[in-house]
Design a protein around this ligand. Structure first.
Ligand code: NAD
Length: 249
């Protein structure tokens, strides 16, 4: 495959479905060799590898819990052993455990923080040394507009996504002198397994709030990630790019 990311080595967390899978596909289609992590389904990972290979690209899955710093380090070490470098990191893995604060358990809070925010720390820390050595790198963190606006019933999720935004800006400042760009993409409402948990009434109420009057396709989020990963985005860092059909303007 040839494209804007020809020869680049990319790593995507949570790459077997939803937005993560669309990101793996988009980066591979642009020519990158893509390593991705998955939490549990080796079969789903194998399907992604096969689909990318059938399309003429390269992708390899690694089982790893992104909330584990040891597992994150092991994956990055494997990528470095295989390719000798890592050019692009996309921190995509995330979960929801929604509830009103009064009913939210400590476990709901801790799990969302570990899976959504600590995972970003884990992988970013693991790649930053090799990227600093290379004097180049692109780190793209998937946050949410909920991290900007807040959302009733999602105090844990919104806090984790707002945390990603603060982390993105801080690390962008730390790594700018080494030519490493760090940005966040904030999707609005994307149809994936995560949002399929909503009732038809909730989905309609949300869609009514979107000026473009439709939900996003996963490929529309992936396209912005691909742009931020490319040399066209060399002068963009520390930004939060909303991809939400105008929902949060
Ligand atoms: P999804 O549930 O379809 O996919 C999430 C992926 O992350 C899954 O593959 C899951 O296995 C993986 N994952 C979760 N925790 C993990 C962990 N600890 N280690 C490894 N993998 C893990 O959801 P999605 O909608 O594709 O969400 C992807 C990202 O986009 C998430 O960060 C989510 O918060 C964000 N997002 C989604 C929407 C939306 O409307 N769907 C909106 C804004 C932001």
């Amino acid at each position: 495959m040839s494209g804007a990311l020809q020869g680049k080595i990319a790593l995507v967390t949570g790459g077997t479905r939803g937005i993560g899978r669309a990101v793996v596909e988009a980066l591979a289609a642009a020519g990158a060799s893509v390593d991705f992590t998955y939490l549990s389904s080796a079969q789903a990972a194998g399907e992604v590898e096969a689909a990318i290979a059938a399309a003429g690209g390269t992708a390899a899955g690694h089982q790893a819990d992104a909330a584990s710093s040891a597992a994150s380090l092991t994956v990055v070490e494997a990528v470095l052993k295989q390719h000798g470098r890592v050019d692009i990191l996309v921190n995509n893995a995330g979960i929801t455990r929604d509830n009103l604060l009064m009913r939210m358990s400590e476990d709901d809070w801790d799990r969302v923080m570990a899976n959504n925010l600590k995972s970003v720390f884990n992988f970013t820390k693991a790649v930053c040394r090799p990227m600093m050595g290379q004097r180049s790198g692109k780190i793209i963190n998937i946050t949410s507009i909920v991290g900007l606006t807040g959302n009733a019933g999602q105090a844990n999720y919104a806090a984790s996504k707002a945390g990603i935004i603060g982390f993105t800006k801080s690390v962008a400042k730390e790594l700018a002198s080494r030519n490493i760009q760090v940005n966040a993409v904030a999707p609005g409402y994307v149809e994936t397994d995560m949002t399929r948990k909503l009732t038809p009434e909730q989905t309609k109420a949300l869609t009514d709030l979107i000026p473009l009057k439709r939900t996003a396709r996963t490929a529309e989020i992936a396209a912005v990630v691909r742009f931020l990963a490319s040399s066209d985005a060399e002068y963009i860092t520390g930004q939060v790019i909303r991809v939400d059909g105008g929902m949060s303007m």
